[in-house]
Design a protein around this ligand. Structure first.
Ligand SMILES: NC(=O)C1=CN([C@@H]2O[C@H](COP(=O)(O)OP(=O)(O)OC[C@H]3O[C@@H](n4cnc5c(N)ncnc54)[C@H](O)[C@@H]3O)[C@@H](O)[C@H]2O)[C@H](O)CC1
Ligand SMILES: [K+]
Length: 506
């Protein structure tokens, strides 16, 4: 059973395979047999043995996996046919697998017209043309095969990764199999979690091929967030604790035009269990906030034109020492005062959470991030352009390297890069969350996350683990049995209580 869901680049996944074979002395064919057995088990659980299956194999080890899968499926009673290129070009492992196929007289062909016939006769296709070894554009007969498979409208299982998708970039190398289900072998590849690769995978599963976990941990990796991981990491709440145990937070934000942003963040923070919460708001919304947020303390600053006046910076300097962690940005407005307040916070030794307009404030001042205390930044892809030289398109095309470059450069920063997939990086950890939900494609979602994050970070947890917990809680609490169009922040905050309860109980 896989309890950790690792994600690696093409290069690292290959290195891990090689280490398992050469340093741990697990024979390549043993790994392959594990892979084939797992794939066969998954397919058998979903497909009736009356189904006809055509397995498309390439000349590398992804193709060798395909030959082993074909053999095991034939053994289970499925009618199987195989495409296999001219056998002289096959990898060592493929040659062995091919000999077994020949001994068992399972039908195979390298002829495109014959394979067209086999495909038409089949109910299911298994794509084993290219896996982690794909390195260049697909042309010629492989392209014809991929076009044929996609046009056939048959159900397609891709093994390891859909052929044509690059394992690190998720890009299509000229053409790619559009799979219904992809069974990743041993680990996910980064390209499974970047568009368009993600979309071409269809339903994405992971097969354990029993490579030692230590090999994953000692190489650069990310982890996919699932419920088990969060249960492990979510901070416990001892009944004998006191309010000081769960942090003293200050949340700075709000303006005449956007009081709701701070209100949503504050409610989410309170619902996540912060010990004490103080809101620093401009005076013009002070009465409103005091009425809406009677559970919080309030630090009122002078206002000007509907937002903080410059004197708020001094008020912050006088008061900030009292808090363990401070968030800034929700509904704050983009102006010089926001920049000054962010600068003040970043020159302190406090844990600081930068959200919304505070991220905008950073754009010409990234050097402020070189500090000893943790800074957690929560940009969506557009806000990320304030923090790098990359365009939105470039960020979406390379989310892993974008986050890694940033956290390598600013080593005490934790970055939560938000899109429909969330990438969370720090110098030590990398987490990916993928629970797309249109209920969160709304104003206020970011404020909710900032609030949950502040609440969770109040509980003495490492900031990157806290960030992973907060991202999961945010998504999970939005999975409510209502139409996503109607789910609002109040619903999500209510649901959060039950999500937390379930995670802590189970
Ligand atoms: N024992 C193991 O090592 C295990 C491997 N597994 C499976 O192996 C693949 C990776 O195998 P590899 O041979 O490295 O690569 P591919 O099968 O993906 O094939 C690449 C093959 O084709 C050449 N090539 C690359 N790009 C192109 C192209 N556009 N056109 C033509 N040819 C191309 C390249 O030079 C190679 O020769 C992995 O995905 C697993 O499925 C299992 O994990 C079990 C353990
Ligand atoms: K494949």
């Amino acid at each position: 059973m896989l309890n950790k869901l690792f994600i690696h680049s093409q290069e690292i996944a290959r290195k891990i395979d090689q280490c398992a074979i050469n340093e741990y002395h697990i024979p390549s064919l043993v790994l392959m047999e594990q892979a084939a057995a797992e794939c066969c088990r998954i397919i058998q659980n979903k497909e009736d043995p009356s189904k006809k299956i055509c397995v498309l194999c390439g000349q590398g080890n992804n193709g060798a996996d395909g030959l082993a899968i074909a053999r095991l499926l034939a053994h289970e009673g499925y009618e199987v046919s195989i495409y296999l290129p001219y056998h002289k070009t096959l990898s060592q492992e493929s040659k062995v697998q091919f000999q077994i196929i020949c001994s068992l007289a399972i039908p195979y062909t390298d002829d495109l017209d014959t394979i067209r016939f086999y495909i038409n006769q089949s109910d299911i296709l298994i794509d084993c043309l290219f896996g982690n070894g794909l390195s260049r554009d697909i042309e010629g007969s492989y392209k014809q095969l991929i076009d044929m498979a996609n046009a056939s409208n048959k159900k397609i299982y891709a093994i390891d990764i859909p052929s044509g998708i690059h394992a690190t970039s998720g890009k299509i190398l000229n053409c790619a199999i559009h799979a219904d289900t992809t069974i990743a072998l041993d680990c996910f590849k980064e390209g499974h979690w970047i568009y368009p690769g993600k979309e071409y995978c269809g339903n994405l599963l992971l097969a354990d091929i029993k490579i030692p976990t230590s090999l994953h941990l000692e190489n650069e990796h990310a982890q996919l967030i699932n419920e088990e991981l969060i249960k492990e990491m979510l901070p416990k709440r001892d009944d004998h604790s006191h309010k000081g145990s769960f942090g003293k937070a200050l949340m700075i934000g709000g303006s005449k035009a956007m009081p709701g942003a701070l209100a949503i963040a504050a409610k989410a923070c309170a619902a996540s269990g912060i010990g004490t919460l103080t809101l620093m708001e401009p005076d013009c919304i002070g009465d409103l906030m005091a009425m809406k947020m009677d559970f919080a303390m309030h630090l009122r600053a002078n206002d000007r034109d509907g937002h903080f006046a410059l004197s708020a910076v001094d008020l912050l300097k006088q008061n900030m020492d009292q808090y363990d962690l401070i968030s800034i940005g929700n509904g704050m407005q983009r102006n010089e005062i926001t920049i000054e307040m962010v600068k003040t916070l970043l020159s302190s030794n406090k844990t600081v959470i930068l959200d919304a307009d505070a991220l905008w404030a950073m754009q010409d001042h990234l050097e402020w991030l070189n500090r000893n205390a943790p800074t957690i930044l929560t940009p969506h892809v557009k806000e990320m352009t304030f923090l790098t030289n990359k365009t939105v398109q470039e960020i979406l095309e390379s989310p892993f390297s974008t986050v890694r470059e940033f956290t390598n450069k600013y080593s005490n920063c934790i970055l939560i890069l938000k899109s429909d997939i969330t990438y969370i990086g720090s110098k030590n950890d990398f987490y990916v969350l993928s629970r797309p939900n249109s209920a969160l494609a709304k104003g206020g979602s970011g404020d909710l996350l900032c609030g949950i994050l502040t609440g969770i970070l109040g509980h003495k947890i490492s900031p990157s683990k806290g960030a992973a917990c907060a991202a999961y809680l945010h998504s999970k609490s939005a999975e409510i049995n209502k139409d996503p169009a109607s789910i609002n922040s109040e619903d999500i905050i209510k649901e959060l209580a039950f999500v937390l309860q379930k995670l802590r109980k189970d």
